[in-house]
Design a protein around this ligand. Structure first.
Ligand SMILES: Cc1ncc(COP(=O)(O)O)c(C=O)c1O
Length: 389
């Protein structure tokens, strides 16, 4: 491999979330921090270099997105997922979660209903709740290999909703929804007059030769009712830069969404973000991403093989995408509080509790495996020895 994913880089003293909030997440600090969804890998050199180049120029003044920024996003969407878009369909946003917030303010009123498919990334619930929207928690069903959509439940729950926030691929669980499933969601939402905000932040990290299916690409209805949120920040490990963009294909929806974003000055932009996006969505970005995925796949394989042999009561759900592994711990027969205590106090690992993502996450814990192999091995050793205590 050209890139060194084995390198250990200390984040002590950098105010990183993963370390700063250990007490809040698991009540102690003598743990391996394997929770917040960023990577322990060095941010790629081509990103660091682009930042250094910008700093060397010497002025950090107001900066607009360049022609090359838009071209990079258009080219990436076309080459990676076959989605043809043009420059006017793209708007910088300060983070994907901010994009959800802005779409919610642009298209819904207080007390309107917003549907999410739980268990799901918790800001999907927290942002609307904090803004007096009613969150409809539509439960996914646990299938043989992963969580699945129960369309009967979905069709029942979507009634009366104004908006749905969809996670594609899904976090946690790492499910890549199929074109058929997405088409069906689009058809139902269109019929019910629901706008779909589709968070596709994990879409560049698909395993096993899978190809991402953008929601907006599956049908005419999907194109008309969707707001897509993308970012290179998870894939290329630069979430601290805060670089994301909204893509809206439909002209009417776009004028409302982008009008709201401009009107609130939320796209003033971050000059480093513009440069970084361009650097990531490139040929060298593609090469780094492939190697990173191969390495993460190695961590997942090791985790699955060793837990099956040495700790079968903890069952990792193999993600189809991304570096967050949902551990099915239901066979341990512990309450959620005891499960959290088991992993913090006995295994000494900080993970996200499954219940954070909704009631269907009870009995699960989420483990971030974007880390050097030595850390992965240590985490597995600690889980195995805790389970033998
Ligand atoms: C599904 C999903 N959306 C959004 C985010 C955060 O994105 P941002 O930092 O751009 O708000 C995360 C981070 O874990 C995530 O998993």
């Amino acid at each position: 491999m050209k890139y060194d994913f084995d390198e250990i880089i200390s984040r002590e003293g950098t105010n990183c979330y993963k370390h700063e909030y250990l007490m809040d997440i698991c009540g102690r600090t003598d743990v391996l921090p394997m929770w917040v969804a960023d990577m322990e890998f060095r941010t790629p050199d081509f990103v660091l270099e682009t930042i250094q180049k910008r700093l060397a120029q010497g002025i950090l003044g107001y900066t607009c997105p360049s022609k090359e920024y838009y071209e990079a996003i258009c080219r990436w969407n076309s080459e990676q997922y076959g989605l043809e878009i043009t420059r006017e369909m793209i708007n910088y946003i300060p983070g994907v979660v901010s994009g959800i917030y802005m779409a919610m303010l642009a298209f819904t009123e207080k007390r309107d209903r917003i549907l999410i498919m739980e268990p799901v990334y918790h800001p999907f619930r927290l942002v609307p709740q904090a803004n007096d929207r009613e969150v409809v928690m539509s439960s996914l069903r646990r299938g043989k290999d992963n969580f699945e959509i129960d369309f009967e439940v979905f069709e029942r729950d979507i009634k009366g909703c104004k908006m749905m926030v969809l996670c594609n691929p899904h976090n946690p669980g790492g499910v890549c929804w199929t074109a058929d499933e997405l088409r069906r969601i689009a058809e139902i939402c269109d019929r019910e007059g629901v706008i779909v905000v589709c968070d596709e932040i994990h879409c560049d990290m698909l395993f096993g030769g899978r190809k991402h299916v953008p929601f907006a690409s599956v049908s005419e209805a999907a194109r008309r009712i969707s707001i897509t949120l993308q970012a290179p920040t998870k894939t290329f490990n630069l979430p601290g830069i805060v670089a994301a963009h909204a893509i809206v294909l439909d002209a009417d929806l776009r004028s409302k969404m982008f009008g709201y974003i401009h009107g609130s000055d939320m796209d003033l932009g971050n000059l480093l973000a513009f440069d970084c996006v361009k650097a990531c969505y490139s040929e060298v970005g593609q090469e780094w991403k492939s190697q990173m995925l191969e390495y993460v796949q190695g961590n997942i394989d090791l985790l699955c093989e060793r837990l099956a042999a040495e700790c079968p009561q903890v069952v990792p759900i193999r993600p189809q995408a991304s570096f967050l592994v949902f551990l099915d711990c239901r066979a341990m027969g512990l309450s959620q509080d005891d499960l959290i205590r088991f992993f913090a106090d006995k295994a000494h690992i900080a993970m996200n509790s499954g219940s954070m993502f909704g009631p269907s996450g009870e009995g699960y814990m989420r483990l971030n495996v974007a880390c050097p192999r030595s850390m992965m091995v240590q985490a597995i050793d600690q889980i195995v020895s805790a389970s033998n205590m």
